[in-house]
Design a protein around this ligand. Structure first.
Ligand code: ATP
Length: 238
């Protein structure tokens, strides 16, 4: 579905992403894991058109989308849920969801139908539909960001650090939701520092370190890989 080829991203003199290549197969969950500053966010931002690559190409469903504008990329079916969720704190839950209708080519009534259906499956949000989004808990805000993303009808949903700042049980809940979305047919690319939870949910994983992909494998195999266990899971074999 997505093919990233030899991607480079530079900010002034700093190379944040160096010769990164990877693929996301349709229907799968792909995890991109790595520590702070590894270049994961820059990679996602380049796919969604927020950052221009210095070199390299990005293909989506066989078409070259490198350098396209963010709104054109959303229209193609790639939706990016950024780190920190970027919800509008002074708008209600419902108003936040309505904001996502601008990228859709559907009637108002159809959008409202979809929104109400989405809210039915997220009872927590339904109960809080008139509450200001800034007063939601971290987990509820992450759910809101996910529902808002889904209302843009993505073929590929990209999530940046969905576990950030959440308690372990809430992280599990968020990843259960991500798995459900995937089971319903949406392909997922998830960026995470929390390697354990991301690789447990994913089919395939890539490990990024200082701008480069240093390792990639079946996600379950990465979970037992000694290097991953030592650096990202805080476990030692001995
Ligand atoms: P995190 O999980 O902390 O977001 P990351 O793996 O997503 O880390 P990036 O945010 O992509 O990493 O950052 C990669 C490198 O690029 C870092 O050294 C960062 O300081 C630098 N960087 C990111 N954005 C900018 C920017 N707008 N201007 C200058 N440097 C930047």
């Amino acid at each position: 579905m997505i093919k990233v080829e030899n991607l480079y991203v530079k900010y002034g003199g700093i190379t944040a992403v160096r010769d990164v290549s990877f693929e996301v197969e349709e229907g799968k969950i792909i995890a991109l894991i790595g520590n702070n500053g590894a270049g994961k966010t820059s990679t996602l931002k380049t796919i969604s058109g927020l950052v221009k690559p210095d070199k390299g190409r990005i293909y989506f469903e066989g078409n070259d989308i490198t350098g396209m504008k963010p709104h054109e990329i959303v229209k193609k079916g790639i939706v990016h849920i950024p780190e920190g969720r970027h919800i509008f704190p002074n708008l209600t839950v419902k108003e936040n969801l309505i904001m996502s209708s601008s990228s859709r080519n559907v009637t108002k009534s159809r959008f409202h139908e979809e929104m109400n259906k989405a809210l039915q499956s997220f009872k927590v949000l339904k109960e809080r539909e008139n509450q200001l989004a800034g007063t939601l808990s971290g987990g509820e805000q992450q759910m809101l960001a996910i529902v808002r993303g889904m209302l843009q009808a993505p073929k590929l949903l990209m999530l940046d650090e969905p576990s950030m700042g959440l308690a372990p049980l809430v992280v599990e809940e968020v990843f259960r939701i991500i798995k459900d979305i995937n089971n319903n047919g949406t392909t997922i690319l998830v960026v995470e520092q929390n390697a354990q939870v991301a690789l447990s949910a994913a089919d395939y994983g890539y490990v990024m370190e200082v701008g480069e992909i240093i390792l990639h494998d079946d996600a379950k195999l990465l979970l037992t890989n000694p290097q991953v266990k030592k650096i990202y899971l805080g476990e030692n074999d001995d």
